[in-house]
Design a protein around this ligand. Structure first.
Ligand SMILES: N=C(N)NCCCC[C@H](N)C(=O)O
Ligand SMILES: O=C(O)CCC(=O)C(=O)O
Ligand SMILES: [Fe+2]
Length: 332
């Protein structure tokens, strides 16, 4: 649960963890143990932290944002060639005003992508999100760039989760069993126009849905805000070359509520256009999620114990998507 952190979110250099994260006895390494301790504090107290030393090149991180700026600068007619619809599995471009959070329109446009999967693979539930991702022809090679980026983000997320698994007192592989052997992912490529009025909400307060999020935001605008226990909104000031990492709803359940998914929102108070590429690392689409036995045993009388209901991750995701895009359902 978020406590009263006041200023910057914790900054964690994960390089020692990445170096050893395939070793069975990695916790014996002093560097790994230190990272694990920091992850535990950050996840318990905040649910948000900066990741540095992650090994993904600064050039790639920058390039992803630059190409994204180029896309959003195109005229609407051009962007609407890859328009999101319910029939397209909620994949593609949505103009400003299409996305709702808690019943209010968000001031952002975005391209939404989901891991692709075979037709019928997840039955009736999965059908809602079936379809190929929609990529624009312009900018050129956008898909290729993002495919590479997704691969690296998937790998990094998996490794950070090994650290988090240790931080919770488990083995490093608690999140790689049958629930997370075939991880789903979501990516939102988001653009927020520069402000005209005051405190216009780019994205309303929400938690993320899966395990871990990696946020790659513009370096020169402060817009993402994280809520602490006292109810204050703390700005996640950009640190160039870093990712902001945060916990999603599925990790909250799996950890038996020891780690929580923290509320956050986006207000771009800059006069300039802001982009953010958010990568969401998730469990298997059809995983049934409930607190892991090991964490129920480890934290039996946990003050924060909540009676979690079982959820199927894919159903949780689809509920959220259909609420967010209720207007698209009516039109199809
Ligand atoms: N996959 C994630 N986390 N997407 C977050 C999107 C913004 C919140 C969404 N409209 C909602 O109401 O949940
Ligand atoms: O724009 C951002 O910094 C974060 C966006 C976000 O929270 C989301 O898409 O879930
Ligand atoms: Fe979010």
């Amino acid at each position: 649960m978020a406590t009263n952190f006041k200023s910057l979110l914790p900054i964690i250099d994960v390089s020692p963890l990445l170096l050893k994260c395939d070793d069975f006895d990695m916790m014996e390494d002093a560097g790994v143990a230190e990272v694990v301790g920091k992850l535990d504090r950050a996840c318990r107290d905040v649910g948000f932290f900066y990741v540095i030393g992650h090994g993904i090149s600064e050039d790639l991180i920058k390039n992803v944002k630059e190409v994204t700026h180029q896309f959003f600068q195109l005229p609407y007619e051009e962007k609407l060639k890859i328009k999101i619809t319910a029939a397209a599995g909620y994949r593609g471009y949505q103009r400003i005003g299409v996305n709702f959070t808690s019943g209010k329109q968000d001031l952002h446009e975005a391209i939404d992508c989901y891991r692709e999967f075979n037709h019928g693979m997840y039955g009736e539930t999965g059908k809602v999100l079936e379809g190929p991702n929609q990529w624009p022809k312009n900018p050129q090679d956008y898909k290729e760039l993002m495919d590479e980026y997704i691969k690296l983000c998937t790998d990094l997320s998996k490794k950070i989760l090994r650290g988090i698994s240790l931080a919770l007192g488990g083995s490093s592989y608690e999140f790689e069993g049958k629930m997370v052997g075939d991880p789903f992912w979501v990516m939102r490529i988001i653009g927020y126009p520069g402000v005209k009025g005051e405190n216009e909400i780019g994205c309303g307060a929400h938690t993320d849905y899966g395990l871990l999020t990696l946020i790659n935001q513009d370096d020169d605008k402060t817009a993402l805000q994280v809520r602490n226990l006292a109810g204050d909104w703390i700005s996640a000031i950009p640190i160039p070359g870093s990712f902001i990492c945060n916990i999603g709803d599925m990790l909250k359940i799996l950890s038996n509520g020891i780690y929580e998914s923290t509320l956050h929102r986006v207000i771009n108070n800059s006069p300039r256009y802001r982009v953010c590429v958010a990568f969401f690392y998730e469990t298997n689409f059809d995983a049934v999620i409930e607190p892991l036995e090991i964490f129920k045993e480890k934290y039996p009388q946990n003050k924060r114990f909540q009676n979690f209901k079982k959820v199927v991750y894919g159903e949780h995701l689809i509920n959220k998507v259909q609420t967010t895009f209720a207007s698209l359902m009516e039109h199809n």
